[in-house]
Write a protein that binds this ligand. Structure first.
Ligand SMILES: [Zn+2]
Length: 376
Protein backbone atom coordinates (compact mmCIF):
# COMPACT_ATOMS: atom_id res chain seq x y z
CA UNK A 1 0.00 0.00 0.00
CA UNK A 2 1.28 3.47 -0.85
CA UNK A 3 1.31 5.84 2.06
CA UNK A 4 -0.03 9.38 2.04
CA UNK A 5 0.85 12.11 4.51
CA UNK A 6 -1.30 15.15 5.28
CA UNK A 7 0.95 17.69 6.97
CA UNK A 8 -0.84 19.73 9.57
CA UNK A 9 -0.73 20.92 13.17
CA UNK A 10 -3.04 23.07 15.25
CA UNK A 11 0.09 25.11 16.01
CA UNK A 12 -0.41 26.64 12.54
CA UNK A 13 -3.77 27.97 13.71
CA UNK A 14 -2.09 30.33 16.16
CA UNK A 15 -1.01 32.66 13.37
CA UNK A 16 -2.89 34.86 10.99
CA UNK A 17 -2.17 37.67 8.57
CA UNK A 18 -3.86 40.99 9.47
CA UNK A 19 -7.66 40.70 9.18
CA UNK A 20 -7.96 42.86 6.03
CA UNK A 21 -5.33 40.80 4.18
CA UNK A 22 -6.65 38.36 1.53
CA UNK A 23 -4.32 35.49 2.50
CA UNK A 24 -6.21 33.49 5.11
CA UNK A 25 -4.48 30.75 7.04
CA UNK A 26 -7.86 29.29 7.99
CA UNK A 27 -8.04 27.58 4.57
CA UNK A 28 -5.77 24.78 5.76
CA UNK A 29 -7.88 24.33 8.90
CA UNK A 30 -11.06 24.15 6.84
CA UNK A 31 -9.50 21.68 4.42
CA UNK A 32 -8.55 19.50 7.35
CA UNK A 33 -12.07 19.76 8.80
CA UNK A 34 -13.66 18.56 5.57
CA UNK A 35 -11.24 15.65 5.25
CA UNK A 36 -11.62 14.72 8.88
CA UNK A 37 -15.40 14.62 8.47
CA UNK A 38 -14.88 12.29 5.50
CA UNK A 39 -12.47 10.15 7.52
CA UNK A 40 -9.78 10.70 4.92
CA UNK A 41 -6.91 11.45 7.28
CA UNK A 42 -6.35 7.90 8.45
CA UNK A 43 -6.71 4.32 7.26
CA UNK A 44 -5.47 2.85 3.97
CA UNK A 45 -1.94 4.17 4.41
CA UNK A 46 -3.04 7.72 5.21
CA UNK A 47 -1.70 9.64 8.17
CA UNK A 48 -1.65 13.13 9.55
CA UNK A 49 1.89 14.30 10.26
CA UNK A 50 2.78 17.41 12.27
CA UNK A 51 5.33 19.73 10.65
CA UNK A 52 8.81 20.36 11.98
CA UNK A 53 9.76 24.05 11.88
CA UNK A 54 12.29 24.63 9.10
CA UNK A 55 15.91 24.77 10.15
CA UNK A 56 17.68 28.11 9.58
CA UNK A 57 20.55 26.30 7.84
CA UNK A 58 18.09 24.91 5.29
CA UNK A 59 16.41 28.30 4.78
CA UNK A 60 19.81 29.73 3.87
CA UNK A 61 19.98 27.43 0.87
CA UNK A 62 17.65 29.93 -0.79
CA UNK A 63 17.40 33.06 1.38
CA UNK A 64 20.18 35.37 2.51
CA UNK A 65 21.15 35.50 6.18
CA UNK A 66 20.54 39.26 6.14
CA UNK A 67 16.97 38.79 4.96
CA UNK A 68 16.15 36.04 7.46
CA UNK A 69 17.57 38.16 10.27
CA UNK A 70 15.49 41.19 9.22
CA UNK A 71 12.36 39.05 8.83
CA UNK A 72 12.79 37.60 12.31
CA UNK A 73 13.35 41.02 13.88
CA UNK A 74 10.30 42.45 12.11
CA UNK A 75 8.25 39.55 13.41
CA UNK A 76 8.96 40.64 16.98
CA UNK A 77 8.01 44.24 16.28
CA UNK A 78 11.51 45.57 15.53
CA UNK A 79 10.89 46.89 12.05
CA UNK A 80 13.75 48.79 10.45
CA UNK A 81 13.58 51.02 7.43
CA UNK A 82 15.89 48.63 5.58
CA UNK A 83 13.13 46.01 5.78
CA UNK A 84 11.02 47.95 3.31
CA UNK A 85 13.70 47.44 0.66
CA UNK A 86 13.19 43.72 1.23
CA UNK A 87 9.45 43.97 0.63
CA UNK A 88 8.59 43.78 4.33
CA UNK A 89 5.92 46.16 5.58
CA UNK A 90 4.10 46.59 2.29
CA UNK A 91 0.38 46.08 1.66
CA UNK A 92 1.09 42.67 0.13
CA UNK A 93 3.62 41.55 2.73
CA UNK A 94 2.68 43.30 5.96
CA UNK A 95 4.69 42.95 9.11
CA UNK A 96 2.73 41.11 11.79
CA UNK A 97 3.55 39.48 15.06
CA UNK A 98 4.68 35.89 14.74
CA UNK A 99 5.10 36.10 10.97
CA UNK A 100 8.56 34.55 11.14
CA UNK A 101 7.39 31.66 13.33
CA UNK A 102 4.42 31.09 11.03
CA UNK A 103 6.56 31.16 7.89
CA UNK A 104 9.12 28.80 9.40
CA UNK A 105 6.43 26.33 10.45
CA UNK A 106 4.39 26.52 7.22
CA UNK A 107 7.56 26.16 5.15
CA UNK A 108 8.79 23.45 7.50
CA UNK A 109 5.60 21.54 6.70
CA UNK A 110 6.61 21.33 3.03
CA UNK A 111 10.11 20.25 4.02
CA UNK A 112 8.61 17.63 6.35
CA UNK A 113 6.77 16.31 3.28
CA UNK A 114 10.05 16.28 1.34
CA UNK A 115 11.77 14.23 4.02
CA UNK A 116 8.91 11.75 4.28
CA UNK A 117 9.25 11.18 0.54
CA UNK A 118 13.05 11.01 0.60
CA UNK A 119 12.94 8.51 3.49
CA UNK A 120 10.42 6.37 1.63
CA UNK A 121 7.82 6.93 4.35
CA UNK A 122 5.30 8.58 2.02
CA UNK A 123 4.56 8.28 -1.67
CA UNK A 124 2.42 11.40 -1.68
CA UNK A 125 2.21 14.26 0.80
CA UNK A 126 0.18 17.45 1.03
CA UNK A 127 0.93 20.64 2.92
CA UNK A 128 -2.12 22.89 2.53
CA UNK A 129 -0.23 25.62 4.44
CA UNK A 130 2.53 25.84 1.81
CA UNK A 131 3.01 27.21 -1.70
CA UNK A 132 4.84 30.52 -1.11
CA UNK A 133 6.19 30.67 -4.64
CA UNK A 134 6.71 34.45 -4.92
CA UNK A 135 9.36 34.85 -2.21
CA UNK A 136 12.82 35.76 -3.51
CA UNK A 137 16.20 35.22 -1.81
CA UNK A 138 16.17 38.68 -0.24
CA UNK A 139 12.68 39.97 -0.89
CA UNK A 140 9.20 39.14 0.35
CA UNK A 141 6.58 39.39 -2.40
CA UNK A 142 2.98 38.54 -3.16
CA UNK A 143 1.98 37.44 0.39
CA UNK A 144 5.10 35.20 0.55
CA UNK A 145 8.00 35.53 2.99
CA UNK A 146 9.92 32.26 2.70
CA UNK A 147 9.83 30.16 -0.46
CA UNK A 148 8.99 26.58 0.51
CA UNK A 149 8.53 25.46 -3.10
CA UNK A 150 12.03 26.54 -4.13
CA UNK A 151 13.50 25.04 -0.95
CA UNK A 152 11.71 21.72 -1.52
CA UNK A 153 13.09 21.53 -5.07
CA UNK A 154 16.57 22.39 -3.84
CA UNK A 155 16.63 19.77 -1.11
CA UNK A 156 15.35 17.11 -3.51
CA UNK A 157 17.86 18.09 -6.21
CA UNK A 158 20.68 17.95 -3.65
CA UNK A 159 19.74 14.32 -3.09
CA UNK A 160 20.22 13.67 -6.79
CA UNK A 161 16.55 13.72 -7.75
CA UNK A 162 15.28 15.05 -11.05
CA UNK A 163 12.57 17.40 -9.90
CA UNK A 164 9.52 18.55 -11.80
CA UNK A 165 7.94 21.64 -10.28
CA UNK A 166 4.42 22.13 -11.60
CA UNK A 167 2.68 25.32 -10.54
CA UNK A 168 -1.00 25.82 -11.32
CA UNK A 169 -1.54 28.86 -9.11
CA UNK A 170 -3.11 31.64 -11.16
CA UNK A 171 -0.01 33.80 -10.58
CA UNK A 172 3.38 33.07 -12.15
CA UNK A 173 5.62 31.10 -9.78
CA UNK A 174 8.37 33.70 -10.23
CA UNK A 175 10.46 32.96 -7.14
CA UNK A 176 10.74 29.31 -8.13
CA UNK A 177 11.39 29.75 -11.84
CA UNK A 178 14.08 32.36 -11.09
CA UNK A 179 15.80 30.00 -8.64
CA UNK A 180 16.29 27.30 -11.27
CA UNK A 181 16.46 29.41 -14.42
CA UNK A 182 19.94 28.15 -15.34
CA UNK A 183 19.55 24.58 -14.09
CA UNK A 184 18.40 21.39 -15.77
CA UNK A 185 18.02 19.25 -12.63
CA UNK A 186 14.80 21.07 -11.75
CA UNK A 187 12.29 21.66 -14.52
CA UNK A 188 9.74 24.33 -13.68
CA UNK A 189 6.39 24.51 -15.43
CA UNK A 190 4.04 27.33 -14.46
CA UNK A 191 0.54 27.88 -15.85
CA UNK A 192 -0.87 31.26 -14.95
CA UNK A 193 -3.00 34.15 -16.05
CA UNK A 194 -1.28 36.31 -18.68
CA UNK A 195 1.23 38.49 -16.80
CA UNK A 196 0.12 41.53 -18.79
CA UNK A 197 -3.06 41.38 -16.76
CA UNK A 198 -1.90 40.05 -13.40
CA UNK A 199 0.81 40.15 -10.72
CA UNK A 200 3.79 39.56 -10.81
CA UNK A 201 4.11 40.63 -14.46
CA UNK A 202 6.55 37.86 -15.43
CA UNK A 203 6.11 34.38 -16.92
CA UNK A 204 5.86 34.98 -20.66
CA UNK A 205 6.28 32.08 -23.06
CA UNK A 206 9.68 33.33 -24.19
CA UNK A 207 11.14 32.93 -20.67
CA UNK A 208 12.49 29.42 -21.20
CA UNK A 209 15.66 29.30 -19.10
CA UNK A 210 19.27 30.07 -19.85
CA UNK A 211 22.58 28.20 -20.20
CA UNK A 212 22.20 24.56 -19.24
CA UNK A 213 18.71 25.47 -17.98
CA UNK A 214 17.53 26.43 -21.45
CA UNK A 215 14.29 24.57 -22.14
CA UNK A 216 13.86 23.60 -18.48
CA UNK A 217 11.73 26.61 -17.59
CA UNK A 218 8.30 26.53 -19.15
CA UNK A 219 5.76 29.32 -18.80
CA UNK A 220 2.24 29.03 -20.08
CA UNK A 221 0.42 32.37 -19.86
CA UNK A 222 -3.34 31.98 -20.13
CA UNK A 223 -5.94 34.42 -21.44
CA UNK A 224 -8.56 35.95 -19.14
CA UNK A 225 -11.58 33.67 -19.05
CA UNK A 226 -9.63 30.42 -19.61
CA UNK A 227 -11.99 27.50 -18.95
CA UNK A 228 -11.48 23.82 -18.11
CA UNK A 229 -11.30 22.47 -21.64
CA UNK A 230 -8.75 25.09 -22.72
CA UNK A 231 -6.64 24.52 -19.61
CA UNK A 232 -6.62 20.78 -20.15
CA UNK A 233 -5.62 21.34 -23.77
CA UNK A 234 -2.46 23.07 -22.49
CA UNK A 235 -1.82 20.22 -20.05
CA UNK A 236 -2.28 17.57 -22.72
CA UNK A 237 -0.42 19.16 -25.60
CA UNK A 238 2.50 20.80 -23.79
CA UNK A 239 2.82 19.78 -20.14
CA UNK A 240 2.44 16.01 -20.38
CA UNK A 241 4.78 15.52 -23.37
CA UNK A 242 7.45 17.55 -21.54
CA UNK A 243 7.06 15.50 -18.37
CA UNK A 244 7.36 12.30 -20.39
CA UNK A 245 10.53 13.61 -22.02
CA UNK A 246 12.04 14.90 -18.77
CA UNK A 247 11.37 11.72 -16.77
CA UNK A 248 11.30 13.26 -13.29
CA UNK A 249 11.94 11.27 -10.11
CA UNK A 250 9.56 13.41 -8.06
CA UNK A 251 6.90 16.10 -8.48
CA UNK A 252 6.53 19.28 -6.45
CA UNK A 253 3.01 20.45 -7.22
CA UNK A 254 1.94 23.95 -6.19
CA UNK A 255 -1.85 23.91 -6.13
CA UNK A 256 -2.89 27.50 -5.60
CA UNK A 257 -6.65 27.49 -6.15
CA UNK A 258 -6.95 31.08 -7.36
CA UNK A 259 -7.44 30.01 -10.99
CA UNK A 260 -10.93 28.85 -10.03
CA UNK A 261 -13.87 30.84 -11.33
CA UNK A 262 -15.01 33.54 -8.91
CA UNK A 263 -11.65 34.03 -7.26
CA UNK A 264 -11.72 37.67 -6.14
CA UNK A 265 -8.12 38.38 -7.19
CA UNK A 266 -7.94 36.84 -10.68
CA UNK A 267 -9.88 36.24 -13.88
CA UNK A 268 -9.71 32.62 -14.99
CA UNK A 269 -12.81 30.42 -15.09
CA UNK A 270 -11.72 26.95 -14.00
CA UNK A 271 -13.67 24.44 -11.95
CA UNK A 272 -11.93 22.15 -9.50
CA UNK A 273 -12.52 19.20 -11.86
CA UNK A 274 -9.36 20.33 -13.65
CA UNK A 275 -7.33 19.47 -10.54
CA UNK A 276 -8.70 15.94 -10.55
CA UNK A 277 -7.46 15.47 -14.11
CA UNK A 278 -4.04 16.92 -13.37
CA UNK A 279 -3.46 14.87 -10.23
CA UNK A 280 -4.56 11.67 -11.95
CA UNK A 281 -2.07 12.45 -14.71
CA UNK A 282 0.74 13.07 -12.23
CA UNK A 283 -0.02 9.85 -10.36
CA UNK A 284 0.10 7.91 -13.63
CA UNK A 285 3.87 8.49 -13.74
CA UNK A 286 4.22 6.38 -10.58
CA UNK A 287 6.54 8.92 -8.90
CA UNK A 288 6.12 10.63 -5.52
CA UNK A 289 4.09 13.84 -5.43
CA UNK A 290 4.63 16.60 -2.88
CA UNK A 291 1.64 18.91 -3.10
CA UNK A 292 1.33 22.33 -1.51
CA UNK A 293 -1.44 24.88 -1.21
CA UNK A 294 -0.85 28.43 -2.43
CA UNK A 295 -3.24 31.18 -3.47
CA UNK A 296 -7.00 30.86 -3.40
CA UNK A 297 -8.99 33.80 -2.11
CA UNK A 298 -12.49 32.40 -2.22
CA UNK A 299 -12.00 30.58 1.04
CA UNK A 300 -14.78 27.99 0.83
CA UNK A 301 -14.01 27.09 -2.79
CA UNK A 302 -10.33 26.79 -2.02
CA UNK A 303 -10.82 24.51 0.98
CA UNK A 304 -13.15 22.30 -1.05
CA UNK A 305 -10.71 22.18 -3.98
CA UNK A 306 -7.86 21.16 -1.68
CA UNK A 307 -10.02 18.52 0.02
CA UNK A 308 -10.90 17.21 -3.43
CA UNK A 309 -7.26 17.22 -4.48
CA UNK A 310 -6.23 15.24 -1.40
CA UNK A 311 -9.02 12.74 -2.02
CA UNK A 312 -7.58 12.01 -5.47
CA UNK A 313 -3.97 12.17 -4.33
CA UNK A 314 -4.46 9.59 -1.60
CA UNK A 315 -6.24 7.23 -3.96
CA UNK A 316 -9.86 7.73 -2.92
CA UNK A 317 -11.10 9.35 -6.13
CA UNK A 318 -14.04 6.96 -6.19
CA UNK A 319 -15.47 8.97 -3.28
CA UNK A 320 -15.68 12.14 -5.33
CA UNK A 321 -19.02 11.63 -6.86
CA UNK A 322 -20.68 10.43 -3.71
CA UNK A 323 -23.14 12.97 -2.47
CA UNK A 324 -21.75 13.74 0.94
CA UNK A 325 -23.92 16.10 2.84
CA UNK A 326 -26.21 14.65 5.41
CA UNK A 327 -23.49 12.90 7.38
CA UNK A 328 -20.88 15.43 8.05
CA UNK A 329 -19.28 17.81 5.60
CA UNK A 330 -20.16 21.32 6.59
CA UNK A 331 -19.58 23.78 3.77
CA UNK A 332 -21.17 27.17 3.85
CA UNK A 333 -21.29 27.76 0.14
CA UNK A 334 -24.48 28.26 -1.79
CA UNK A 335 -22.84 27.14 -5.03
CA UNK A 336 -22.11 23.78 -3.55
CA UNK A 337 -24.62 20.97 -3.89
CA UNK A 338 -22.94 18.04 -2.22
CA UNK A 339 -19.78 16.14 -2.94
CA UNK A 340 -16.56 18.02 -3.45
CA UNK A 341 -16.64 18.65 -7.18
CA UNK A 342 -17.74 21.95 -8.70
CA UNK A 343 -20.58 21.90 -11.14
CA UNK A 344 -19.51 22.27 -14.76
CA UNK A 345 -19.56 25.88 -15.93
CA UNK A 346 -21.18 27.03 -19.10
CA UNK A 347 -18.67 28.24 -21.69
CA UNK A 348 -19.99 30.88 -24.06
CA UNK A 349 -19.06 31.12 -27.76
CA UNK A 350 -17.61 34.52 -27.03
CA UNK A 351 -15.42 33.04 -24.31
CA UNK A 352 -14.16 30.32 -26.66
CA UNK A 353 -13.37 32.93 -29.30
CA UNK A 354 -11.43 35.09 -26.89
CA UNK A 355 -9.48 32.26 -25.26
CA UNK A 356 -8.67 29.53 -27.78
CA UNK A 357 -6.83 31.47 -30.54
CA UNK A 358 -4.53 33.21 -28.03
CA UNK A 359 -3.90 29.97 -26.16
CA UNK A 360 -3.13 28.02 -29.32
CA UNK A 361 -0.61 30.67 -30.33
CA UNK A 362 1.14 30.29 -26.98
CA UNK A 363 1.16 26.50 -27.21
CA UNK A 364 2.54 26.64 -30.76
CA UNK A 365 5.36 28.93 -29.62
CA UNK A 366 6.30 26.53 -26.83
CA UNK A 367 6.19 23.57 -29.18
CA UNK A 368 8.50 25.43 -31.55
CA UNK A 369 10.98 26.68 -28.94
CA UNK A 370 11.01 24.21 -26.02
CA UNK A 371 10.04 20.87 -27.57
CA UNK A 372 13.15 20.61 -29.82
CA UNK A 373 15.39 21.05 -26.76
CA UNK A 374 13.91 17.79 -25.44
CA UNK A 375 13.95 15.86 -28.69
CA UNK A 376 10.23 16.36 -29.20
ZN1 LIG B 1 -1.74 33.05 -6.67
Amino acid sequence: MKSSAFIYSTRLEKYSYPPEHPFNTIRATKTRQILDSMQLLSGDGRSEVPPEPADRVVLKKFHTARYLHTLQRASTGRWEYEALGMGLGTTDCPVFKGMYEYAVLAVGATLTAVHLVLDGKAHVAFNPSGGFHHAHPERASGFCYINDVALACMVLAEQGKRVLSLDVDVHHGDGVTAAFYDRSDVMTISLHQNPRTLFPGTGFENEIGTGSGRGYCVNIPLPIGTFDEAYLLAIKTVVLPLIHAYKPDVFVFELGADALANDPLANLRLTNNVYVEIINNLLSFGKPVIMTGGGGYNIENTARAWALAWTVLCGQADLLDVNIGAGGVMLQNTEWQGGLRDRALLVTAQQRDSVLPALNTTLDILKATVFPLHGL
